[in-house]
Every structure is written in structure tokens, then in C-alpha cells.
Design a protein around this ligand. Structure first.
Ligand code: COI
Length: 351
């Protein structure tokens, strides 16, 4: 289906006020936003407008019941200056998976991709070019019907905003193995990119930071033994030559970077196993010298090397050298800027 996206350009771009060489993380937004309304059972009026406040009724259901979901994506620039999207179809599918879990309408995949392309092309001056930098794209959907009762909203907004982003973690990170709070249980919303999942993680993350850690390592809600994921990432370990990552058990976010890393590693000839992983297994591997690498994967972080996992009961130190993770990071960055052939068909030009 072809869509007519109405474009209203900003009178004066703010790009000259921003230093893309030294980006204040997550604080700057580009000139425009994409907006689409869900009214009377259909998405209508897709448009790109100057970024601005959106009038919201205080009874809007997203504010009360958390009917809100989002995606994270990154746009990069090719050598010839073409804006590039990374696997946008995967994010289109995932937002609809999240929408279904939260009782929200699905958003047409082709409009999701077309909106992203036109929006990114319009704000392409905002795409930073330093290695590991990108324009972070934030598609999201929320319930805007003013209604107090308990049922899904009848109206929604789907929007895309964007923020230039430098490399997320420049040093190896320390993970706090959480032993009190939980992120997700099977059958809950852990598999969805629901706004509330992140709100519930804020306080535990603050506690972890106060203890000197960077992020929380979430464990299973029964025994606090099986590894789920990290604050904003999926997690991989290399033990005795093989990569293992927790399987998508129903409470883990199906990361697009996670999937890309699995595909890339397998393509390079590595064995990657998706299965439940116990924390005790990582401790044993550390003790018997078979623990080789550990890293997190996520859209915002890219690849984040892990220095330590611990809490007040124990700690595991990880090797400082992570040659395969570094190769994966470099390969992903090269594919995302078309400096390396995209034999996987991940890149979509935004023009
Ligand atoms: C992403 O990696 O895109 C995320 O959604 C993490 C974000 C909460 C910073």
C-alpha cells in the first residue's frame, strides 16, 4: 500500500546548535517528528511535523495504565552520505508483538518503514559520523484516549522521534547480579518492549549504581539463578570456544542486535547455543579457566564488554581481551556504514 505522508518542514533547523562530535547523550532531539493517529479502528493522517509538544488529556490511558510501547533503532550514513536503516522490518514486527501483548492495535509494517525512511531522510543532517555513533530512532505508541475504566484505549498515537547518540559505553561494564527485584516472569510483559518494564527497572538500577555497578543483571524470579538479560541488553558468554546466550524463554526481549550477533557469529563459523544459563555455570567456567569472553548486545549500547558480575555475595572477573566480541562490533559498525558488504540484507536505504 502506498501512503501519503504529509510533510511540514521546520522553518529553521537547530542542527548548527549541536556538536555532533561530542554529543550530550540522549538530550538532543532532531528537528522533526513523525505522527500518526489511531481513531475509529484505523490509522490515519500520517505526517511529519516540526518536533514539538503533543497536547495530552490528563485522562489519557497511557498515563494511568501504562499502555505504552517503544522501539529502539539506529540510522547511520553510508560513505556517500546515504542514510541507512538497520533491519527496520524486525522492529516493525517487534512493535506489533508488543502491541498485541498490551492490547494495542498493530501498526502497518509498510507504513512503519516508509515513515522511518522519510523521517530519517529529512533529518539526515543529524546523523553523526564518528565510529560507533548513530542517530538513535525511537518509534513508540501510546494510548491517548481519556478514559478511567479498565479496557484498552480506543485511540492511540504512533510517533517517531530521534536523538543523535555517541558510543554508549566506552569502558567495560560491571553488572550487579540482582537478588531481590525481578524484571520479568514467563507470561508477563518481559518479552514486550513495554514502557513499564523500564520504569520498574529504574530503582534497582539506581541501587546497583550506588554500589559501583553500571547495570543490573536480571535473574529468574524463582531461584535468582538463571540469567535473563541486562538492563538494556541481551547477554552472551564464550565458554570453551562456544558462545551461549539465554534462549528466548518468554521473559526475555528478542533483541535485534542479539539476533544479528548470533547470525554473524554462526556465519564466521562459531557455534552459538541458545539455552538456559545458570549463574553458577559462569562461576565454574571462570574458576576452571574456560570463560573466554562476555558481552552485552543492544541497539543503544551496540556491543558492551563486561568486566565483572557480582553482588555482596560474590564476584566474577572477566578476561580483559575480547577478540571475537571486538571483531563482531567492528563488523556490525562496518556493515552499518557500508564499509563492509551487507551479505545478510540487513541494511535499508532511507531515501
Ligand atoms: C535500546 O537499546 O534501544 C533500548 O531500548 C534501550 C534504551 C532503554 C536505552
Amino acid at each position: 500500500m502506498s501512503y501519503n505522508i504529509k510533510i511540514t518542514k521546520i522553518a529553521q533547523s537547530r542542527i548548527k546548535e549541536v556538536n555532533l562530535e561530542n554529543i550530550p547523550m540522549s538530550k538532543e532531539f532532531t528537528d522533526h517528528m513523525f505522527v500518526c493517529d489511531y481513531i475509529n479502528g484505523a490509522w490515519e493522517n500520517p505526517r511529519i511535523e516540526p518536533l514539538g509538544h503533543i497536547p495530552t488529556h490528563p485522562g489519557a490511558m497511557a498515563l494511568h495504565y501504562g499502555q505504552a510501547i517503544f522501539e529502539g533503532m539506529k540510522a547511520t550514513l553510508s560513505k556517500d552520505g546515504t542514510p541507512l536503516l538497520f533491519r527496520p522490518k524486525d522492529n516493525a514486527k517487534r512493535i506489533n508483538h508488543s502491541a498485541d501483548r498490551l492490547g494495542m492495535p498493530s501498526f502497518p509494517e509498510d507504513l512503519f518503514i516508509e515513515g522511518l525512511k522519510q523521517f530519517t531522510a529529512l533529518d539526515k543532517e543529524w546523523i553523526p559520523t564518528q565510529v560507533g555513533s548513530a542517530l538513535y530512532l525511537r518509534p513508540f505508541m501510546y494510548a491517548d484516549e481519556p478514559f478511567i475504566g479498565m479496557r484498552p484505549s480506543l485511540t492511540y498515537k504512533f510517533m517517531i522521534i530521534a536523538s543523535p547518540a555517541g558510543p554508549y559505553f566506552s569502558k567495560r561494564i560491571k553488572l550487579y547480579a540482582e537478588k531481590k527485584y525481578v524484571r520479568a516472569v514467563n507470561g508477563g510483559t518481559g518479552e514486550a518492549k513495554a514502557a513499564g518494564n523500564y520504569a520498574a527497572a529504574f530503582r534497582p538500577s539506581e541501587y546497583a549504581k550506588a554500589e559501583g555497578y553500571d547495570q543490573v543483571l536480571w535473574l529468574d524470579p524463582q531461584d535468582f539463578e538463571y540469567i535473563q538479560e541486562v538492563g538494556t541488553m541481551n547477554i552472551f558468554f564464550k565458554i570453551d570456544g562456544k558462545f551461549i546466550t539465554p534462549d528466548l524463554s518468554g521473559s526475555i526481549l528478542a533483541g535485534v542486535t542479539r539476533l544479528s550477533v548470533i547470525e554473524l557469529l554462526r556465519d564466521k563459523g562459531f557455534e552459538v547455543i541458545e539455552r538456559p544459563i545458570k549463574l553458577s555455570e559462569i562461576r565454574e567456567a571462570s574458576e576452571n579457566g574456560t570463560l573466554e569472553e562476555a558481552f552485552g548486545t543492544g541497539t543503544a549500547v551496540g556491543i558492551a564488554l563486561i568486566e565483572e558480575i557480582g553482588n555482596s555475595d560474590f564476584f566474577i572477573k572477566f578476561p580483559a581481551e575480547n577478540p571475537v566480541a571486538t571483531m563482531v562490533n567492528d563488523t556490525l559498525n562496518a556493515i552499518k556504514t557500508q564499509n563492509e558488504e551487507d551479505k545478510f540484507g540487513w541494511i535499508v536505504e532511507a531515501k
